[in-house]
Design a protein around this ligand. Structure first.
Ligand code: SF4
Length: 311
């Protein structure tokens, strides 16, 4: 039997999250330049039932017996989950068995279909993507399967957002030189204003991409976009890769964070209180220390702790 559940994993965006993967590896409506899972091997917009939902539900039942705490149950993985025509049925079944909120990470390309909208209506949170508004930019950065256009994606997002009772956190992936022109950023901003998501999350390259044309945005560009999109609920979610990327880096603050974590494991909330800095600022230092494997995350009960890698 294939394994469909992974985790619980500590997630920056979703806290303690149990992942559910319902799509074969790299089966996707897009073939994004920046995909961290490699190039799409089954490039399709055709919805199908991929496996017996009974197997997944028995795996989920086993998980529930552990009694582990979760902030979210998240449909995600290395393909587009709404390609699985059983997703609506699975969300409903899961929601009958637990009160944990259900999230769906989707590229949003099938949201223009009434049946996909219906399937996702019973979820609590969706995290769709929107990287481009112009058709040529969309084709360049997202390489859609035949029949999928930026116009359809945008119309789908707009009509779904009118019906949906849950939250929408819209992810915009920025690849330098592909979708960061003044003109494109302005067009994306206008569409976001019509969708009115609860959050807009700016992301960029963290790991090796599927295509070499994908370029990391760098924090300076992302911070410039946050300023440009003043008034929108924008946050940067891409990780800082080096100390040089932290404006006015403070060696003192880094030592302070590390020295307190060495003494005892701490949550991000503990670090906010101890340092008096905000979450975003602390996360930049955490990124560097995690990258250097000086610290790591650990789930204990209902919380995510940072602790030193040794011991
Ligand atoms: S939508 Fe997601 S899984 Fe599909 S190619 Fe793009 S990044 Fe990869």
């Amino acid at each position: 039997m294939d394994k469909h559940l992974f985790g619980p994993v500590p997630s920056r965006r979703l806290g303690i999250s149990l992942g559910i993967d319902i799509i074969p590896f790299k089966t996707c409506t897009l073939d994004c330049l920046y995909c961290e899972c490699g190039r799409t091997t089954d490039h399709t917009a055709e919805r199908r039932s991929f496996f017996s939902t009974k197997d997944l539900m028995s795996e989920f039942n086993e998980f529930l017996k552990t009694g582990d705490y979760l902030d979210y149950i998240t449909f995600s993985g290395s393909g587009e989950p709404t390609l699985n025509s059983d997703i609506g049925h699975l969300i409903k079944e899961i929601k009958e068995m637990t009160r944990t909120p259900v999230a769906v990470i989707t590229n949003g390309t099938l949201l223009h279909l009434p049946e996909v909208q219906k399937d996702l209506l019973s979820s609590d949170l969706i995290l769709p993507s929107l990287d481009a508004v112009s058709e040529d930019v969309f084709r360049k950065i997202n390489k859609p399967a035949p029949g999928i256009t930026a116009e359809k994606v945008i119309n789908g997002l707009k009509s779904f957002s009118r019906e949906y009772k849950g939250e929408i956190w819209l992810e915009v992936f920025i690849s330098r030189g592909s979708n960061d022109s003044e003109e494109e950023l302005e067009k994306i901003r206008e569409v976001i204003e019509q969708i009115m998501p609860s959050k807009v999350q700016l992301n960029s390259l963290d790991r090796p991409p599927a295509y070499s044309e994908a370029e990391p945005a760098g924090h300076d560009l992302l911070e410039m976009i946050v300023k440009k999109w003043t008034g929108l609920p924008v946050e940067i979610i891409t990780r800082v890769k080096s100390r040089e990327e932290i404006p006015s880096f403070s060696k003192n603050l880094e030592s302070n964070i590390l020295n307190t974590i060495v003494r005892r494991p701490l949550t991000i909330e503990d670090l906010i209180i101890l340092t008096g800095k905000n979450r975003l600022e602390i996360l930049k230092y955490i990124d560097v220390l995690e990258k250097e494997k000086q610290i790591r995350t650990e789930i204990v009960g209902e919380k995510i702790f940072y602790r030193t890698s040794i011991g």
